[in-house]
Design a protein around this ligand. Structure first.
Ligand SMILES: C[S@@+](CC[C@H](N)C(=O)[O-])C[C@H]1O[C@@H](n2cnc3c(N)ncnc32)[C@H](O)[C@@H]1O
Length: 355
């Protein structure tokens, strides 16, 4: 991937126009999905299709609104038409029915869209200048549990969609050689901790995150009846004076280190290495754009980096694995095994303190 220019001149000029009109195209797509235009075409099936007037009637849109949307949809290949009747294309079908597409779409619209207008300022200043569109916090993490809807739901649906896909297979891997005490750093809403505590009845889990997230994780674990084996450790990992709790034989970080700059990743990995029991294991579950099988997955991760720039904290990203592996080495750790394609998209790095 990416080792040659894949576009001929005609394709390039077409792609350039898609980008030039991308914000309008994006919003038109959102309206077509959410006002029922795509669903109206889906209902008829391929042979019949609908006229503009029929779509207007089915969706309660004006004929004008239905027409501009459907005509925009033609150029976007979301719909196609024959003899004045409009049909749902394959792209329209994915926009309507594919969960990953929906989650990515809602995340972009509800969390990133307004903030993206501040990308230039964010990159020049190394801070998330677009975050003010959601709230007054220095980074998104202070606002993660309290940001307004629909951003709150869309952020969590995005985060959980990917980690939910990887957790079951990781939990079975853990069960094959279970630790006594697992430290979940960046536990967020506690879904991984819940799964592990339910699967492994002897396991104790330490939870590290910022206080508001720990409150929500705690509530989840209480509702699941496993909270007595969970031990919260509220802390800001970037506070140089705070050390991680000790006594854990497996440290786990999932979709966590991408929230930090290169120097911060090294700092956190060092701290994690220091808190490990002798012979302990450190498992890092991450998404690397260069290790994806499909271009759509690599693309999604490359664009997600820009969310970190303008919304999250201004200095982190979804890393290229070669950059990230260098950080692991800088932290004095070595990788004992690397597994790609966990749950489809993740890479598991099993690390230990370098001898
Ligand atoms: C993307 S979520 C990861 C969620 C979860 N581990 C998963 O795999 O779905 C990142 C988590 O890191 C936490 N976090 C970010 N910065 C932090 C910091 N400085 N100290 C402690 N936790 C932090 C956030 O509050 C959030 O819960």
């Amino acid at each position: 991937m990416y080792d040659k220019d894949p576009l001929n001149a005609m394709e390039a000029v077409t792609a350039a126009q898609w980008l030039a009109f991308a914000p309008l195209a994006f919003q038109a797509t959102a309206v077509m999905r959410d006002r029922g235009v795509l669903a109206a075409l889906s209902e008829t099936g391929k042979p019949v299709g609908r006229t503009i007037e029929e779509v207007a009637q089915a969706t309660s849109l004006s004929v004008y609104a239905a027409r501009v949307l459907l005509e925009a949809g033609l150029g976007l290949h979301i719909v196609w038409r024959q003899e004045g009747r409009y049909f749902l294309g394959r792209l329209g079908r994915f926009l309507l029915d594919d969960e990953m597409t929906r989650v990515n779409f809602d995340f972009t619209r509800d969390v990133c869209y307004q903030a993206a207008a501040h990308l230039d300022e964010s990159l020049m200043q190394g801070r998330p200048a677009g975050l003010k569109e959601l709230g007054p916090w220095p980074t998104l993490y202070e606002g993660l549990s309290v940001m307004p809807e629909p951003a709150l739901s869309s952020w969590h649906a995005f985060d959980h969609f990917y980690s939910d896909g990887a957790f079951p297979v990781m939990c079975e891997r853990l069960a094959a050689a279970p630790p006594r005490k697992l430290l979940d750093i960046g536990c967020n809403t506690g879904k991984w901790a819940q799964m592990c505590l339910q699967r492994l009845p002897q396991l104790e889990v330490g939870l590290v995150d910022l206080q508001p997230q720990l409150h929500r994780a705690r509530a989840r674990l209480e509702a699941a009846g496993v909270a007595q084996r969970a031990h919260p450790h509220p802390m800001d990992l970037l506070d140089p004076l705070l050390a991680l709790p000790r006594g854990y034989d497996l440290v786990w970080m999932s979709q966590f280190l991408d929230c930090f700059s290169e120097d911060q990743v090294v700092h956190i990995l060092r701290k994690a290495g220091e808190c490990l029991e002798p012979g302990g294991r450190l498992w890092v579950l991450e998404l690397f754009w260069d290790r994806q099988r499909f271009e759509a997955a690599a693309f999604s991760l490359q664009q997600t980096s820009l969310y970190f720039s303008c919304v999250a904290n201004g200095n982190s990203q979804m890393y290229d694995s070669s950059v990230f592996l260098g950080l692991v080495q800088r932290a004095g750790l070595e990788i004992s095994s690397l597994t790609d394609g966990v749950g489809g998209y993740h890479t598991l790095l099993e690390c230990r303190v370098a001898s």
